[in-house]
Design a protein around this ligand. Structure first.
Ligand code: ADP
Ligand code: ADP
Ligand code: ZN
Length: 224
């Protein structure tokens, strides 16, 4: 099963794609997590991406598409994948389609998680992430048992430098201008399903699984 989880910053893409990864046994691929790891490691990619990320802007398409083309060759992606945060522009979507076509496969579904902007801002300002295992938390909606530390691995939680008020505003505008147009792109392609993302995490998860099961989309590899 080849999936894209789509939605604005804070919609719950990371939260839901990690749950789907566990449920279906196919990898979650988060471009945001990959770029943050590259920044921490101070690789050339990380240093290049940093200036865009701190400003809330998109990293250039050419950088991202090269990265994803390599990632999708991974053996762990042979049985399917869940994309989180990619594609984010029409050009990225076209590149993805080309990459998959070259591998004789295609996307099965694009799940659009719909959440209104006021709720997004609350989610982003309270978001925390584990520095060791990337698990996500929220100060109010999903707090860790011990403040500041991951329930699963004990790693220190951090707040992303782009989850600050000014940068959040910039990111929401970037989403509206550059990423939202993909909704029509995938709707026309017949791949898009929208789920309401304001309910509690488990309810949103159930509605995503229901959509996938209703379609008869299963965990098998999709040939084109
Ligand atoms: P969120 O899930 O909150 O929207 P991400 O972790 O997906 O944020 O992305 C964080 C930042 O990483 C983005 O603001 C952008 O700078 C960069 N980034 C992530 N994915 C992409 C992408 N597909 N194209 C361009 N930039 C990206
Ligand atoms: P995205 O990857 O789309 O940017 P995240 O999955 O990181 O979004 O979620 C953003 C924040 O909102 C996180 O702190 C997460 O714990 C919290 N969150 C995610 N889904 C929900 C939900 N359904 N209800 C309340 N809080 C949520
Ligand atoms: Zn952890």
């Amino acid at each position: 099963m080849n999936l894209v989880l789509f939605g604005p910053p804070g919609a719950g893409k990371g939260t839901q794609s990690k749950k789907l990864e566990e449920y279906y046994g196919i990898p979650q691929i988060s471009t945001g997590d990959m770029l943050r790891a590259a920044r921490t490691a101070k690789t050339p990619l990380g240093l290049e991406a940093e200036k865009f990320m701190v400003a809330g802007k998109l990293v250039p398409d050419a950088v991202i598409t090269g990265l994803m083309e390599e990632r999708l060759k991974g053996k762990d992606c042979e049985g399917g994948f869940i994309l989180d945060g990619f594609p984010r522009t029409i050009s990225q979507a076209e590149s993805l389609q080309g990459t998959l076509k070259g591998q004789k496969r295609r996307l099965d579904r694009v799940i659009n998680i719909d959440v209104d902007e006021e709720e997004l801002a609350k989610r982003l300002t309270g978001r925390r992430q584990c520095s060791q295992c990337n698990r996500g938390y929220h100060l109010r909606f999903a707090p860790p048992q011990k403040a500041g530390f991951c329930d699963r691995c004990g790693g220190a939680l951090f707040q992303r430098d782009d989850d600050k008020e000014d940068t959040i505003r910039a990111r929401l505008k970037v989403y509206r201008d550059q990423t939202q147009p993909l909704i029509d792109h995938y709707r026309h392609g017949g791949l898009l399903v929208t789920v309401k993302g304001e309910a509690p995490v488990e309810e949103v998860f159930d509605s995503i699984v229901k959509v996938l099961e209703k379609d008869g989309v299963n965990a098998k590899v999709s040939a084109s």
